[in-house]
Design a protein. Structure first.
Length: 73
């Protein structure tokens, strides 16, 4: 894509962004901050759940290795 197209896209983007009033921009930033916090909490919970499952499975295999074999003689 030629550089002129990039300049055109920049000017069109700036024109669109210029249509957003300050009140709407403040609401969008507040929403982004509120939403931005959730994934960290969810990610932290997911990591703890996965870690717990790995530890439990490891303990079961360490204490009962026959579970891996499936009852073979």
């Amino acid at each position: 894509m030629p550089i002129e197209d990039h300049d055109d896209l920049d000017s069109r983007f700036n024109a669109i962004v210029g249509q957003i009033d300050d009140d709407q921009a403040a609401r969008m930033r507040a929403t982004a901050r509120r939403i931005g916090r959730r994934p960290r909490r969810v990610r932290r919970i997911a990591v703890w759940v996965i870690l717990t499952v790995v530890v439990v499975v490891g303990a079961l295999v360490a204490l009962r290795p026959d579970l891996l074999v499936g009852g073979l003689p």
